[in-house]
Design a protein around this ligand. Structure first.
Ligand SMILES: Cc1cc2nc3c(=O)[nH]c(=O)nc-3n(C[C@H](O)[C@H](O)[C@H](O)COP(=O)(O)OP(=O)(O)OC[C@H]3O[C@@H](n4cnc5c(N)ncnc54)[C@H](O)[C@@H]3O)c2cc1C
Length: 390
């Protein structure tokens, strides 16, 4: 056993694990990250790849989430210009669209207000004479097209860039390394993990469970069993299509059930998603279902009937959502931080959340651990650290 004590051990090398590691090492804490497969091999490499405020969260009044996400979007556009790009989003309104044009206009006004009316919150209705420029968007029954701006990223590259920043600030990354167990001690936890066929045992003052859809599985390896809210895993599938869209991201309603679906230009191809199907089982085995692929193809054909787009790839990720009778689409998307109810905080688990808000989440986790950890000298401020791709 290594005699040295780690301040914060983080389980998970997704965007949240990377964000906590960056915040912790910037704050001067000795940090270890354990990732069992590869960085961003979980949900953080299978998202819709948007860095956005989440316009549709306004429909369920998640105002704090939207405000924070818009703030983080602005920051990431300046800190990571090679990884996060501003893109136009188009919302077409047809005769049968459920969200009426005036409602979308009100939503966009509120979105701009929550974004502090910054230049990147401008929006407008596109005049009908410009509709033919929209990648062959179906214009029969089309009544209006709104344009606003959000951002796209490469989610896996962003995760690697944040981890690279954490490592440059002193964090230790073990990958691939599987977290096996944690046993509570007087001063924190004794953790065990396996790396390259060897078992390791080390002491840490605090443990952060950033295992995404594995969060409950990791919690069950901790003694005593930490608190855990009731959650459900919801599968979201994307398809990648040949060629296609170039003008921006189209934000449409799926013809089958009127859920919001994005059609996005992506590395010379078109990315379409997502679906929402309940999932039970090993998170590592999640895969697209034939019905999900058909649902997404139907949506593409409804709005771009002239485009001949073949499916070249598909992938699924898992959201961790609060258990509830409500449709997944209507459930809150905020991040929940769960910790012990008594004594000093030595364990925090991250449930749910957004790629976009990783930096704010990392800062919150570290602030919650401040009273548990010995004084440290701050090395940097994550709101000022530039991020660059590999
Ligand atoms: C379909 C879909 C689309 C989304 N689109 C967007 C979007 O466009 N914009 C946005 O902001 N957010 C989006 N999100 C949300 C966002 O992607 C997630 O909130 C975020 O990626 C979760 O990151 P994470 O680090 O918590 O989990 P993960 O990325 O899943 O990372 C967890 C890691 O823990 C590791 N792990 C698990 N168990 C162990 C163990 N025992 N030992 C070591 N390592 C372990 C796993 O290998 C994994 O790499 C989307 C989510 C989904 C599902």
């Amino acid at each position: 056993m290594t005699a040295d004590v780690i301040d914060i051990a983080v389980v998970g090398g997704g965007i949240h694990g990377a964000g906590v590691a960056q915040a912790a090492s910037a704050a001067g804490y000795r940090t270890l990250v354990l990732e069992q497969t590869a960085l961003a091999s979980g949900t953080s490499g299978r998202s819709s790849k948007l860095v956005h405020g989440g316009l549709r969260y306004l429909e369920n009044a998640q105002l704090r989430l939207v405000r924070e996400s818009l703030r983080e979007r602005t920051l990431l556009l300046s800190l990571a210009p090679d990884l996060v790009h501003r893109v136009p989003f188009f919302i077409p309104i047809y005769r049968d669209t459920t969200r009426r044009s005036w409602k979308v206009g009100v939503g966009l006004s509120l979105y701009a207000l929550l974004g502090g009316l910054a230049p990147d919150t401008q929006f407008a209705a596109i005049p009908p004479r410009s509709w033919p420029d929209l990648d062959g968007l179906d214009t029969s029954g089309l009544q209006a097209v709104w344009r606003y701006y959000d951002a796209q990223t490469d989610d896996a590259a962003l995760t690697r860039a944040v981890m690279k920043s954490a490592v440059s600030l002193g964090a230790e990354l073990a990958c691939p390394a599987e977290f096996v167990s944690a046993l509570r001690t007087e001063t924190g936890y004794r953790i065990t993990y396996r790396e390259g066929g060897t078992g390791y045992e080390r002491n840490c003052r605090a443990l952060v469970n950033a295992a995404g859809p594995w969060v409950d599985r990791v919690a069950h390896r901790v003694t005593p069993l930490p608190p855990a809210p009731p959650v459900e895993l919801i599968q979201g599938t994307h398809v990648v299509l040949t060629g296609g869209l170039t003008q921006g991201v189209y934000y449409v309603e799926a013809p089958r059930d009127r859920r919001a679906v994005f059609l996005m230009p992506w590395k010379g191809r078109t990315l379409v998603g997502t679906t929402e199907s309940p999932y039970a089982g090993d998170p590592a085995l999640v895969h697209p279902l034939p019905g999900e692929i058909t649902y997404l193809q139907e949506t593409v054909h409804r709005y771009f009937p002239g485009q001949d787009l073949d499916v070249v790839d598909s992938f699924s990720g898992l959201r961790v959502l609060p258990r509830s009778p409500a449709l997944p689409f209507r459930r809150p998307r905020r991040t929940s931080l769960v910790r012990e109810v008594s004594g000093r905080t030595r364990y925090i688990a991250i449930y749910g959340g957004k790629l976009t808000g990783y930096r704010a989440t990392g800062a919150r986790v570290v602030a919650m651990l401040k009273d548990t950890l010995p004084p440290a000298s701050t090395r940097s401020d994550t709101s000022r650290i530039p991020l660059s791709p590999d």
